[in-house]
Design a binder for this molecule. Structure first.
Ligand code: M6R
Length: 364
């Protein structure tokens, strides 16, 4: 079953290109046009989107928000399902609730759907499990096709959730005419190539680079993951991966928030993992990271291949291939999965079955 891999988590990280490919197949043509007619939903009438989810799926939801708002210009709220269900939520028939759940069995996510039903929302489920409870509660289902995920830490299901949300954003943007068709198709074509880019990224991360990065964690007592824009949810996901399998306290923060509190944590035993991203935000993140270096932080940077500024400030650079900025989370999440994996293995831990955790949370 492990197919030569030491653990399921490692196997599932490597399965990501194929999982992405399967999720995009039949929904995105060679010209970059998206077809979501399988949903049977009228995407043109959506006035507002609410995304509900837990854990890793919530982080995918944050990325879905940024894609939907940027491409489709629809307002999006993202809520942790356990909060949303008790929050007396506001909405109407023009609200599309997108409930994301790998297992399709998470109690809080199911209860959040019920809460939204009370105001007449339509519900789209994004799930990896055909026939799960969520598929029965929803009006429409967008299936991620990652295949079964055994490791408790979500990896390939995260990437496919993000890809599914990009498809949704492109689909909604198309029917609303929110962006020129040519621009959407260009992103669509790049999304179609994302499985190759993720594969390329996996190949870039040789053993030497990974052991250098793990070396930065020697003696660490905590870690800070920093990013801005789309790299912020990636930072949250990187921190969650690290804490759940290595048991190191880790926080994901928007890099610009550092001086409002968390920079007090910084010293040689609290490495900073910086997801630099691209565009103007890269410069901003770099300057936030430089401030941590001045306070003794050891830095791991996730940056494009050949990023000289990253090489200058970081003890270790985990390179990612260049993709259009909006798709960058698909490549930048992967080195963080490997990082968490190798740090946990270096500590002799069971990465597939971390303590205190279950693969699916069917109690409140
Ligand atoms: O099955 P779900 O997607 O609803 O599960 C939600 C969370 O429990 C899950 O994403 C959890 O955070 C991950 N296993 C963490 O890696």
């Amino acid at each position: 079953e492990l197919g030569g891999y030491e653990d399921f988590m490692l196997k599932e990280i490597h399965e990501q290109p194929a999982a992405l490919q399967a999720t995009l197949a039949g929904r995105l043509d060679a010209g970059g046009r998206v077809d979501l007619s399988e949903l049977g939903l009228d995407l043109s009438g959506i006035e507002r989107v609410v995304i509900v989810a837990c854990g890793t799926a919530y982080h995918a939801g944050l990325l879905g928000k940024s894609a939907l708002e940027r491409l489709a210009r629809v307002p999006v709220e993202v809520a942790v399902a356990s909060e949303y269900r008790y929050g007396d939520p506001v909405g109407d028939e023009g609200t599309l609730v997108v409930a994301i759940s790998q297992s399709g069995e998470t109690t809080d996510t199911l209860a959040a759907i019920e809460a939204a039903r009370a105001f007449g929302a339509r519900v789209l489920a994004v799930t990896n499990t055909q026939g799960s409870l969520i598929t029965r509660e929803a009006d429409a289902v967008l299936l991620t096709k990652a295949g079964p995920e055994v490791g408790v830490a979500a990896t390939k299901t995260f990437l496919t959730q993000v890809a599914a949300l990009y498809l949704l954003a492109l689909g909604v943007a198309g029917v609303r005419g929110a962006r020129p068709a040519g621009e959407l198709e260009e992103i669509g074509r790049a999304l179609r190539r994302s499985p190759e880019k993720v594969e390329e990224g996996i190949e870039l991360l040789g053993e030497r680079l990974m052991s250098e990065a793990v070396g930065v964690f020697a003696g660490a007592r905590c870690a800070l993951f920093l990013g801005r824009g789309q790299s912020f949810p990636v930072a949250l996901e990187g921190a969650l991966k690290l804490k759940e399998i290595s048991y190191l306290p880790a926080e994901g923060y928007p890099a610009g928030e550092m001086k409002h509190g968390p920079i007090a944590l910084v010293d040689e035993q609290c490495p900073v993992v910086a997801i630099l991203g691209e565009g103007t935000l890269r410069e901003k993140t770099l300057s936030n990271v430089e401030e941590t270096v001045a306070r003794g932080a050891r830095v791991i940077a996730v940056a494009n291949e050949g990023d000289a500024a990253a090489e200058r400030i970081a003890q270790s650079v985990l390179p990612v291939p260049t993709v259009p900025e909006i798709l960058s989370p698909l490549v930048s999440a992967v080195p963080l999965q490997f990082l968490a994996y190798h740090v946990a293995k270096a500590r002799g831990l069971d990465v597939d079955k971390p303590r205190n955790l279950a693969k699916s949370v069917t109690v409140e």
